[in-house]
Design a protein around this ligand. Sequence first.
Ligand code: NAD
Ligand code: MG
Length: 397
Amino acid sequence: MRKGVVILGATGSIGRSALEVMAGLEAPPPFEALTAYRDVDRLVALAWKHRPRVAVIADPALGSALADALRGSGVEVAAGVDALADVAGDTGSDTVISAIVGAAGLLPTLAAVRAGKRVLIANKEPLVMAGGIVMAAARAAGAEILPVDSEHNAIFQCLPAGYCCGQPPEGVDRLILTASGGPFRTWSRAEMAQATPAQAVAHPNWDMGAKISVDSATMMNKGLEVIEAHWLFATPAEQIDIVVHPQSIVHSLVAYRDGSFLAQMGAPDMRIPIANALGHPDRLPSGAAPLDLVRAGTLHFEAADAERFPCLRLARAAIDGTDAAPTVLNAANEVAVEAFLAERLAFDAIAAVIEATLEGAGRLAVRDSADLDAVIGLDAWARSFASERIAGAEYTK
Ligand code: NAD
Ligand code: MG
């Protein structure tokens, strides 16, 4: 943290937790840039409080409203999606926190990676849609990618000291991702078919943005995380397991070939992995309450059920399929989740739309997703295919 910090998606759940961690430090780093999509009021409040060098709003129509509200603050203003990549890649910062939700984070995250920065990645969708490209760019530019997603940060902490980005050392047998099981862990398929957005976003343990909350309810979040772990840790998907752990106290594990399992534990509070990644290799205070093991009492583990949660099966199939399949899976999921939140799609139709889009892509025989333009084209194709399906009669609510 020698220079400034950029927070992409500063107004979101992760962005605000990151600001809290940094504001709580004895010597907080300077804020280079805070960015948001459309929530001008929140961005304005954060900018007045934390005084970044620049505040960026992604929606260009809101640039003048932002400028008006920040007049006299000394904070510069920029607007538009290109401005996100500009601040992520420029020389004013050496640390970028990638906390936008969805594929919209790909280009700014990549700009930070290509500039060789320390990039703290919470925004998992770019890794799912273009993980090979992001990791290759990191190697080429000498960027340091540190996972913020709690499971991946746990695995990072359970790997030997000195490990960073790429293949784990010899002796690592398996990576084990824990899953809370989400709000519908004990629901039948028939009950889930009737689930409302309000029920889906009411996560039992974590307070998160709407999209990832729905992903937790379908368990697609865990499917996306298998793909994320595959890229972050250069590990074949068949060496990555999922185990349901409803208490969300063990955040993930690394199994070694001598039979040792190393786990990272803590309260379910994203400030912990954020502080870990920010301070690495030092340990910073996070502001999170310490774990009370006696109060936690019992730790419970059970198998994940891909019958009731078909998104688990679809994500596994995507990573075993063509290298274009994860891009298609991610885009179709984003579109379907948005439609579910807008009450245009039933909960159980989310998986059906993703499956239909993957089948449609298979017929196209799109295989090449090695370059960025191909990924972006495929993402756009999958979005329009999924949107058409949702608008059609088949899934009408
Ligand atoms: P959120 O919805 O609370 O916040 C998203 C942020 O991104 C906001 O600042 C928003 O303004 C910005 N944004 C949204 N769409 C944008 C666009 N099109 N262009 C530019 N900016 C845009 O989301 P969140 O829960 O903070 O999650 C952020 C990312 O972190 C997601 O990828 C999520 O999967 C991941 N993550 C979140 C948690 C969590 O606890 N919230 C945990 C692990 C991983
Ligand atoms: Mg997670």
